[in-house]
Design a protein around this ligand. Structure first.
Ligand code: SAM
Length: 476
């Protein structure tokens, strides 16, 4: 059936996330989920590692044939390795304020929650928190704020970003500040760009407009179009790198999956560059939120399949997993497509420099993976991954389409690999426990031998400089 409403190039949310197109795609997927010939054709296309359309990907997601699902997982692992090798970027969320005027029914920061502790950090408190994060070894932050024009105006966000970038403490530095704030104006996005943010992150929560409006009954976030068209405004404001995602559990996952890929296709069609990252958060219990009230929560097997299908559909888009997931789940999906993860996170406002008192809990949701950053790094190293704190591309101006070109040509290895090793060495020299240091150095030695001789020589020189405290922040 021809779908007159669907237009990936439109700037109207109802047209680029066309409900009819999603329904048609899901119907097509359902009809073909056991169509071996078609499934093999789609897999053959996916093996070219140039991605799939939302409709093709929906058929793979719906597939119920075990042998074909096995091939999907194997292909996801292969693509992951081809594009990212074993590098894993580490970041940390920093909640600046949990004041919020919205009524999101899944989030304990909603306006009507009168018993959660409301906090907003002062610049001095931010400084103290960031020093604590630097002492853990972090270099990349994601700022998180509730939406509240009075308590959290854009000026507060900008001032906080400046405070964070300005902190000089021992060998520490926050080199990339990503920002997750509510949908805003082109003018404000431009200000964020000028402040030097890395990625602008905004989760769609759900692409199903009807569910969206019910789940966001009040406040500015109720406006589905304003929220869904935010990334277009961000790009108009000059932000090259945007991160999208849905909160799995709010609506049916097949619908969300198709919507997510349509959003990526739309950004590529209009701006010539797709999302920099896709996050895959799952709903978690929280202060006054009970996940039993949400009938669309997904199990671990479906979650793994979603990660694998996203990986093969948009091979060059980074994928992020948070501490909403357990060590076991993270282990499973890392190899299926994840390229960035958080470690040592807290979802309270502050709480890094000094743990929160129980009676003043400001946390957004319960974290499952509560290991320290050092434990996470050691675990990654033992599993053959290369933990990385690299921010080189962003600081060399390789953002947006310039980064994507590198990535699509699979050229990121030539600079990403040594850069990852250099930032790992910074962590090992400055912050690691003796055991992590020992394992990390072994990994670095092994990986050095895989580099081109001229790159290896320079990398070796810089590694020695880091170890002898003769410099930091070297990059290719
Ligand atoms: N206020 C901003 C906005 O409207 O996008 C920032 C959002 S919030 C600090 C970050 C994300 O946490 C939300 O986009 C939502 O997806 C997620 N979140 C909210 N409640 C959650 C819950 N109970 N479990 C897991 N994630 C949750």
């Amino acid at each position: 059936m021809e779908n007159v409403n669907y237009n990936p190039k439109s700037l109207n949310a109802d047209e680029f996330i066309s409900h009819q197109e999603i329904c048609d795609s899901l119907e097509y997927a359902e009809k073909n989920k056991n169509n071996e010939q078609l499934l093999q054709q789609i897999l053959d296309k996916a093996r070219l590692e140039k991605g799939l359309s939302h409709r093709e990907a929906s058929v793979l997601l719906a597939c119920e044939i075990p042998e074909i699902n096995e091939q999907i997982f194997e292909l996801a692992k292969k693509i992951k390795l081809n594009y990212y090798r074993k590098r894993m970027l580490l970041f940390l969320p920093l909640y600046l304020s949990n004041y919020c005027v919205n009524g999101c029914v899944y989030c304990p920061y909603h306006l009507k929650n009168k018993h959660i502790a409301r906090k907003k950090m002062t610049q001095d408190e931010i400084r103290r928190e960031v020093i604590a994060l630097q002492d853990m070894g972090h270099k990349r932050l994601a700022l998180e704020l509730g939406e509240d024009p009075i308590n959290n105006p854009i000026e507060y966000v900008l001032e906080s970003i400046k405070t964070i970038y300005d902190i000089k403490h021992k060998n520490g530095a926050i080199r990339r500040v990503n920002v997750n704030i509510a949908a805003t104006t082109v003018e404000n996005y431009h200000k964020l760009k000028e402040a030097g943010i890395g990625t602008y992150i905004l989760f769609q929560e759900t692409y199903n407009k009807q569910s969206y409006e019910m789940l966001h009954p009040s406040g500015p976030k109720h406006n589905y179009s304003w929220h869904t068209e935010a990334m277009d405004r961000a790009m108009e404001g000059g932000i090259d790198d945007v991160g999208i995602g849905v909160l799995f559990g709010l609506s049916t996952y097949k619908y969300e999956f198709a919507g997510l890929l349509m959003h990526a296709e739309h950004l590529e069609a209009v701006h010539g560059v797709g999302p920099h990252t896709i996050s895959v958060p799952r709903l978690r219990p929280a202060d006054d939120i009970n996940t039993d009230d949400f009938k669309d929560c997904i199990n671990d097997d479906i979650f793994a399949k979603i990660v694998a299908c996203i990986r093969i559909s948009v091979p060059y888009t980074g994928m992020i997993i948070s501490t909403r997931e357990s060590q076991k789940t993270r282990e499973r999906v890392l190899e299926l497509g994840i390229s960035q993860l958080s470690g040592g996170s807290k979802t309270s406002v502050g709480g890094y420099a000094e743990p929160e008192k129980e009676e003043a809990n400001s946390a957004q949701f319960d974290v499952i993976d509560t290991r320290t950053l050092d434990e996470v790094i050691q675990w990654l190293l033992k599993r053959g991954y290369i933990p990385s704190f690299c921010t080189a591309c962003y600081r060399a101006g390789r953002t947006g389409d310039r980064f994507m070109e590198l990535c699509k040509a699979k050229q990121i290895h030539n600079c990403c690999h040594p850069n990852a090793l250099l930032t790992l060495e910074e962590y090992l020299t400055d912050y690691a426990s003796p055991k992590t240091l020992e394992i990390g150095r072994q990994v670095i030695e092994k990986e050095l031998s895989t580099l081109r001789p001229d790159v290896r020589e320079t990398a070796n020189k810089w590694l020695t400089a880091i170890r002898n405290n003769k410099g930091r922040d070297f990059r290719f």
